[in-house]
Design a protein around this ligand. Structure first.
Ligand code: FCB
Length: 450
């Protein structure tokens, strides 16, 4: 039995992607409300105004999780429900919503994993000095975190400070395709730094609260490979790895930025927002690392004369042998094992929770009223086998959260990408368990692939 007996079999969601009810019970505006309502930013102009209407249907949604026999559920707390303008006293109605959710989960024997920040920053903090670019946000986040620890602390089984800081920094501040939609590398690097520092402060505040449930951070990690076996491509892959993975792992586990990329970024951008002691503060003892894994990266060195933003270029070469998801992402489960083994080898065998893993597929409701998604089942089977293999190599994996409980607002892609193990018929909000949900329920029941 490769999976330990108390392994967490869960599924995950995030507040803005499912809740809707954006004007209810005193919720403030978030940067995702602004972004999704800005013409041209999301597919079809989709917004999270209604999403899965989970704010009203939460009890049924928890019944659904229970019906799958899962023993864990990861959700995120919407900061603008707790502090509508990002600072000051808590909004009791916002707290009550999550309190009910946590209580019901606990009643049902489903362990709650709460993420403090899954991208819905209060707009007021963005307006005030640029949100994550402004160092003041570190104090605001620690203050918000302390409110949530106090409100939900006796029920939450795992705390996660941030979800995917790389995405917040890079996709939101340099690539411009997530809120707040900036295209500025300096904004990206400042954001990354303040996210890391705020993670450290939030962990510190947690320890000071005397609570003992495990706390960690979730990183999106992508094992990175050279396109060709040349020295130039290998060097490019190393730097790209520093950018996506080590820029976050090294501060969290070692209290430093990776020296190779630090040199490049210091020469180009100065990094004068990094103060003495910041990286030591970002490195707090954590109880687990949350890993979100979707795909590998393949990179190459820029060709002579090629205009490249970085000293590496993401490869556009695709092998016909490698299947793609509806996101166009390569499906290579074996590289997931590489990643997990590397985390053990390089970062001192941290306990790991797979906080997200899953695939978008072009799902349809069939004539029989069911949703048959054999490719998603294959995806999960392959990735769970990859975890089994990693556990066999001594990697300390303690839980797995399928992304996602149900189809939802996939950020810039709106409702055009379905990641759920449950199909959502948006016009009626009907939930239809997909074949993958039944398959996953069986895996959870057997505590493994069997
Ligand atoms: C991750 C996000 C999650 C979801 C999946 C598909 O980057 O954390 O909210 O959108 O991708």
């Amino acid at each position: 039995m490769p999976f330990p007996p108390d392994f967490a079999w869960g599924t995950a969601t995030a507040s803005y992607q499912i809740e809707g009810a954006i004007e209810e019970d005193g919720r403030g505006r978030s940067i995702w409300d602004t972004f999704s309502h800005t013409p041209g930013k999301t597919a079809n102009g989709d917004t999270g105004d209604v999403a899965c209407d989970h704010y009203h249907r939460w009890a049924d949604d928890l019944d659904l999780i229970a019906s799958y026999g899962l023993n864990a559920y990861r959700f995120s707390v919407a900061w603008p429900r707790i502090q509508p303008s990002g600072r000051g006293p808590a909004n009791q109605k916002g707290i009550d919503f999550y309190r009910r959710l946590v209580d019901r989960l606990v009643e049902k024997g489903i362990r709650p994993a709460a993420t403090l920040y899954h991208w819905d920053l209060p707009q007021a903090l963005q307006d005030d000095g640029g949100g994550w670019q402004n160092r003041e946000i570190v104090d605001r986040f620690a203050e918000y975190a302390a409110i949530v620890y106090e409100a939900l602390g006796d029920g939450v089984a795992w705390w996660i400070t941030h979800n995917e800081p790389w995405c917040v920094a890079a996709v939101g501040h340099r690539m411009g395709v997530h809120a707040p939609g900036l295209r500025d590398i300096v904004a990206e690097l400042r954001t990354a730094h303040h996210l890391l520092l705020s993670h450290g402060r939030a962990v510190e505040a947690y320890r000071a609260s005397g609570r003992t449930a495990p706390i960690g951070i979730t990183l999106n990690l992508s094992p990175t490979y050279p396109e060709r076996e040349s020295d130039a491509d290998r060097a490019a892959a190393r730097l790209s790895d520093a950018y996506t993975n080590r820029w976050y792992l090294d501060p969290v586990f070692r209290g430093e930025y990776p020296a190779d990329l630090l040199e490049v970024f210091t020469a180009r951008h100065g990094l004068d927002w990094v103060r003495d002691g910041d990286l030591a503060a970002a490195r707090q003892p954590i109880d687990f690392l949350g890993v979100n894994y979707y795909n590998r990266s393949v990179v190459r060195a820029p060709e002579p004369g090629e205009a490249a933003e970085f000293p590496w270029v993401v490869s556009s070469r695709r092998s016909p042998d490698i299947p793609l998801s509806a996101m166009g992402w390569e499906i290579t489960p074996e590289t997931f094992t590489d990643l997990l083994v590397r985390l053990k080898d390089d970062y001192g065998s941290p306990p790991i929770l797979i906080t997200e893993n899953g695939a978008a597929m072009d799902d349809d409701v069939s004539a029989d009223g069911e949703v048959h998604d054999p490719r998603r089942v294959e995806f999960y089977r392959g990735h769970l086998a990859a975890i089994e293999e990693a556990i066999g190599h001594g990697v300390d994996v303690r839980g797995y959260f399928a992304w996602s409980l149900m189809d939802n607002f996939e950020w810039g892609e709106g409702y055009t990408r379905r990641f759920g193990i449950t199909y959502v018929d948006y016009p009626t909000q009907r939930r239809i368990p997909k074949d993958s949900a039944r398959w996953y329920a069986e895996v959870a029941r057997r505590n493994g692939l069997g």
